[in-house]
Ligand binder design. Structure first.
Ligand SMILES: NC(=O)c1ccc[n+]([C@@H]2O[C@H](COP(=O)([O-])OP(=O)(O)OC[C@H]3O[C@@H](n4cnc5c(N)ncnc54)[C@H](OP(=O)(O)O)[C@@H]3O)[C@@H](O)[C@H]2O)c1
Length: 253
C-alpha cells in the first residue's frame, strides 16, 4: 500500500454521493483504491453519469449508485442490504446526505423542521443501524458522519439544521464509546461554508458577509472536506475516534 492508496481494496458506502461533498468523497475514495456504493435521492441521471465516469476512470474498481431516502427507515434498510451485497468487503460508512430549509424559527413550518431532522439526524439511525453490525463483527471499520459548523456554534435561520447537526455530534461521540472496543471508529466532520449547491443558494450579499468571517475570505471546496473524510475512513486514522473535526477555514461565527 502506498501513500496514494490508503483505501486500497476497501469497501466504502457514502450517502448523498451524487453531488457536492458526497460526490467529492466518492471520487477520492475511488482514486485511493476503494470500491464504492453511493446513495442518491432525486438526482438519478447525475448519479448514473458520475458512476459511469468513475467506473471508466478506474477500470479495476466498482462504483455503484443506489437510490435511497435516508429519512425513511425501510428504504435505508433496503439500501444498506443492497450495498453490502454489491461490495466484496465493507469497511467504512460516510453518512453525508443532508438538506437545509433555512428560515427564522418563528416562521418555520412543521414540514421544514421534519425534513431537516429526518434527513440530517434520523438518517444517523436509519443508515447506521443496518451497517454497524458488519463492522462490529469484523472488528474493524470506520463511520464518518458529516455534521456542520452550524451544529457546533448555532447559526440564526438554521435552528432545525443546527439542532440536527448538534445531534450528529452527540450521536458520534456516544457511538464511538460503544464500539471502540470492537475496533470501529466513529467521527464527525463539521464543514463550515463549502462551495456546493447548498451554499450556491445563499444570496450574494450574505455570502460576502459570511466570507468576511473567514480569515482567508473564501469558501472551502468539496475536495477540502473529502480529504479529511477519506483519511478518517482509512486505517491511518485508527487511533482517532469520538471527534468532531471542524473544517471551516477558521470561520468565526
Ligand atoms: N455545503 C456546505 O457548506 C456544508 C456545510 C456544512 C455541512 N454540510 C453538510 O455536508 C453534507 C453534504 O452537503 P452538500 O453541500 O454537498 O449538499 P448538496 O450539494 O446539496 O448535496 C446533498 C446530497 O444529499 C442527497 N440527499 C438529499 N436529501 C436526501 C434524502 N432524503 N435521502 C438521501 N439523500 C439525500 C442529495 O441527493 P440528490 O441530489 O440525488 O437528491 C445530494 O447527493 C450535508 O450533510 C450537509 O448538511 C455542507
Amino acid at each position: 500500500m502506498t501513500d496514494a492508496f490508503p483505501l486500497d481494496g476497501r469497501g466504502v458506502v457514502v450517502t448523498g454521493g451524487s453531488r457536492g461533498i458526497g460526490a467529492a468523497v466518492v471520487r477520492l475514495a475511488l482514486e485511493q483504491g476503494a470500491d464504492v456504493v453511493f446513495g442518491y435521492h432525486s438526482g438519478e441521471e447525475r448519479a448514473r453519469a458520475l458512476a459511469e465516469e468513475l467506473s471508466a476512470a478506474h477500470p479495476g474498481r466498482r462504483c455503484t449508485p443506489l437510490r435511497v431516502d435516508v429519512a425513511d427507515a425501510a428504504d435505508a434498510g433496503r439500501f444498506a442490504a443492497t450495498a453490502l451485497d454489491r461490495l466484496d468487503r465493507f469497511d467504512a460508512l460516510v453518512n453525508n446526505a443532508g438538506v437545509t430549509r433555512d428560515t427564522l424559527f418563528a416562521r418555520m413550518a412543521p414540514r421544514q423542521w421534519h425534513e431537516v431532522i429526518g434527513t440530517n439526524l434520523d438518517s444517523m439511525y436509519t443508515v447506521t443501524k443496518p451497517l454497524l453490525m458488519p463492522l462490529v463483527k469484523q472488528r474493524s471499520g470506520a463511520v464518518v458522519n458529516i455534521a456542520s459548523s452550524s451544529g457546533l456554534h448555532g447559526i440564526p435561520g438554521q435552528t432545525a439544521y443546527s439542532a440536527a447537526k448538534a445531534g450528529v455530534v452527540g450521536f458520534t461521540k456516544a457511538l464511538a464509546k460503544e464500539v471502540g472496543s470492537r475496533g470501529v471508529t466513529v467521527n464527525a466532520v463539521a464543514p463550515g461554508l463549502i462551495e456546493t449547491d447548498m451554499t450556491a443558494a445563499i444570496p450574494e450579499d450574505k455570502a460576502d458577509f459570511l466570507k468576511s468571517l473567514i480569515p482567508g475570505h473564501a469558501f472551502g471546496t468539496p475536495e477540502d472536506v473529502a480529504h479529511l473524510v477519506c483519511f478518517l475512513a482509512s486505517e491511518r486514522a485508527r487511533y482517532i475516534t469520538g471527534q468532531a473535526i471542524e473544517i471551516a477555514g477558521g470561520l468565526v461565527v
